[in-house]
Design a protein around this ligand. Structure first.
Ligand SMILES: Nc1nc2c(ncn2[C@@H]2O[C@H](COP(=O)(O)OP(=O)(O)OP(=O)(O)O)[C@@H](O)[C@H]2O)c(=O)[nH]1
Ligand SMILES: [Mg+2]
Length: 446
């Protein structure tokens, strides 16, 4: 879809149900459209930054905030009409604006215009969607970091240096008859290794970044009847999962979100792991194993009333996971039935809440942010992750070409392809299709 920048677009910018609503208007015809719809109280000119009272006859009294190109969110002339928040009023204002020459905006069109008008790069524009969707303090902090430039500046720096390499290599091609090397090969290697290191480190941060954005997956695993569902309910503070003393009660995974210490976790209660001849139960156990493999953290709930202080669940989970991907926390349940004995480890009694604070602290301490410093950059976007992996692959290829003494033209090709991948993140090189996919994720009015 090719969007027309000469159109003037409008959309409600606030959700329905609030006392106040805001309708946004942007584009070259913005003030002409406004003049046809709103009668202002004073006739002073609408300068940038001015806020005016006005009336839309028969509809509402409004407050108009004025922005002038290029100093607005979209980089165009822009107006925000503050009105009363009824969906009827907002609907009427939309109709009047469209009758006066504006058209309803597509999802994300305001931000898309901001990108097209150079107000922000693509990574920053995507951060706007993340900021709106952020459900926890940490997800918000990561999105805000990206919105403020995040790693865009660093990527641009890397890209500019690679462009330099490329131009030196291309110069060699022009003088190919004379067998000269403008690009110092050892300096080239150093630069490419540095760029590769940074791309790989950024790509590696995606697992943590994505977990923070989507909610950190924590699986509660254990044998049937060990108290997994009871634990989920206790952490949630509500009767979400069915609890019974019949082993094999939970069949399907049950997932709920909980925010702890500013971080959003997805707690996943699972079917108890055991040998079973019941087809449905076996399917459920299959799902348990799948979710363990996707988890960031696995709470291995041991039942000391059956196995004492042995750790059969932890041992089994450890055998099927990768320590660099999943962290395990061993927890002994049913502490009330083990009076007098102390394992010295994390013991809980979910029905009374005993030990749960310690468990919560252990979960937060094992989360991906625990080892991060305040200024650590995290990649949270799958598109950026894929582009960074592609850039790293091209750089590895370029280093191989360098090792095997390949000619400047082949070397330049690999470097160019790495540049292309990095440029796609910030949007220097991006197809219309990619832009449409990105901005469709936005809400209308943003
Ligand atoms: N005494 C005591 N009983 C508990 C505790 N936690 C759970 N139970 C009981 O243990 C039984 C099984 O609890 P569930 O939470 O359903 O166990 P589960 O691990 O989800 O079991 P499955 O879904 O079958 O895998 C229920 O009767 C619970 O009331 C505890 O800390 N102390
Ligand atoms: Mg259960």
């Amino acid at each position: 879809m090719q969007l027309q920048l000469e159109d003037t677009i409008c959309a409600p910018a606030t959700a329905t149900g609030g006392a106040i609503g805001v309708v946004r208007l942007s584009g070259p015809g913005c003030y002409e459209v406004l003049g046809k719809v709103v009668t202002l109280r004073s006739s002073r000119p609408l300068e940038a930054g001015s806020v005016r009272f006005g009336e839309i006859p028969g509809v509402d009294e409004v407050l108009v905030s004025c922005f002038r190109a290029p100093h607005s969110y979209t980089g165009e002339d822009c107006v925000e009409i503050g009105c009363h928040g009824s969906s009827y009023i907002i609907g009427r204002i939309m109709t009047l604006l469209c009758e006066a020459g504006a058209r309803p905006a597509e999802a994300g069109e305001f931000t898309r215009r901001a990108f097209l008008n150079g107000r922000m790069d693509l990574a920053e524009a995507e951060a706007v969607a993340d900021l709106i969707a952020a459900e926890s303090e940490y997800a918000h902090r990561v999105a805000l970091g990206q919105l403020r430039g995040g790693y865009s500046a660093e990527l641009r720096g890397l890209r500019d240096r690679m462009l330099e390499i490329c131009s030196l290599l291309e110069l060699e091609l022009d003088f190919s008859e004379e067998d000269v090397e403008f690009a110092d090969r050892s300096e080239l290697r150093r630069l490419m290794e540095e760029a590769l290191g940074r791309c790989t480190a950024l790509a590696d941060s995606f697992r943590a970044g994505n977990a923070i954005r989507e909610g950190i997956p924590v699986v509660i695993a254990g044998e049937p009847n060990s108290g997994k569902s009871t634990l989920l309910n206790a952490l949630l503070g509500e009767d979400r999962a069915i609890v019974s003393d019949i082993p094999g009660t939970t069949r399907d995974t049950v997932e709920e979100r909980i925010v702890l210490d500013g971080l959003e976790f997805r707690f996943i209660d699972t079917a108890g792991i055991r040998e079973s001849s019941d087809t449905v139960e076996r399917l459920g156990i299959g799902r348990t194993l799948e979710s363990i493999k996707k988890a960031f953290l696995v709470i291995c709930l041991e039942d000391p009333t059956v196995h004492g202080y042995d750790t059969p669940v932890t041992d089994a989970v450890r055998a099927m996971t990768d320590p660099s991907c999943q962290k395990l926390i061993t927890v002994y349940g049913k502490a009330d039935l083990m009076s007098g004995k102390d394992s010295g480890a994390l013991s809980i009694c979910a029905p009374t809440g005993a030990g749960l604070d310690k468990l919560r602290s252990a979960i937060v301490a094992a989360s991906p942010t625990a080892s991060l410093h305040g200024d650590t950059v995290l990649v949270t976007n799958a598109r950026h992750h894929a582009a960074l992996l592609a850039a790293a692959a091209s750089l590895r290829q370029a280093l191989c070409s360098l090792d095997s003494g390949l000619t400047a033209d082949l070397l330049a090709e690999d470097v160019r392809s790495a540049i292309g991948s990095l440029s796609s993140i910030t949007g220097e090189i991006t197809s219309q299709d990619i832009l449409s996919t990105i901005f469709q994720r936005f809400c209308i009015g943003k």
